[in-house]
Design a protein around this ligand. Structure first.
Ligand SMILES: [Zn+2]
Length: 113
């Protein structure tokens, strides 16, 4: 049995997460029980700090996604497959509408290189 630091309850050892000390490799147990860990995590997820963190994380990923798309474009822009897909896209209604809108806004046709 082990007493949890947080809820002060005596609980069997399997209610605690195992931790291993790096220096000597000995195994010990968390001073906080699993139940308290879950509560702590939930409370943490409500905090502004956590929300800020997830927002930053998402923004970072967004940049990566954009970067990947750009890399893909640079690598593939001269391939036949890409050109075909692009010309197929330009025949779609969605694309025509976009080009029309672009023309109205910029007073010049959208030049695709
Ligand atoms: Zn506890």
């Amino acid at each position: 049995m082990k007493k949890c630091k947080q809820c002060d309850q005596e609980k069997s050892i399997d209610n605690f997460y195992k931790t291993i000390k790096k220096q000597d490799g000995t195994q010990s147990y968390d001073s906080t029980c699993k139940d308290c860990r879950i509560i702590n995590k939930k409370q943490y997820q409500k905090t502004d700090q956590y929300k800020k963190y997830t927002k930053t994380y998402r923004n970072k990923n967004k940049e990566n996604i954009n970067k990947n798309a750009k890399d893909y474009y640079i690598k593939n822009k001269d391939t036949e497959e890409y050109k075909k897909r692009k010309s197929d896209y330009q025949k779609t209604e969605k694309s025509k509408e976009y080009q029309k809108k672009y023309y109205q806004e910029h007073k010049k046709p959208l030049t695709t290189k």
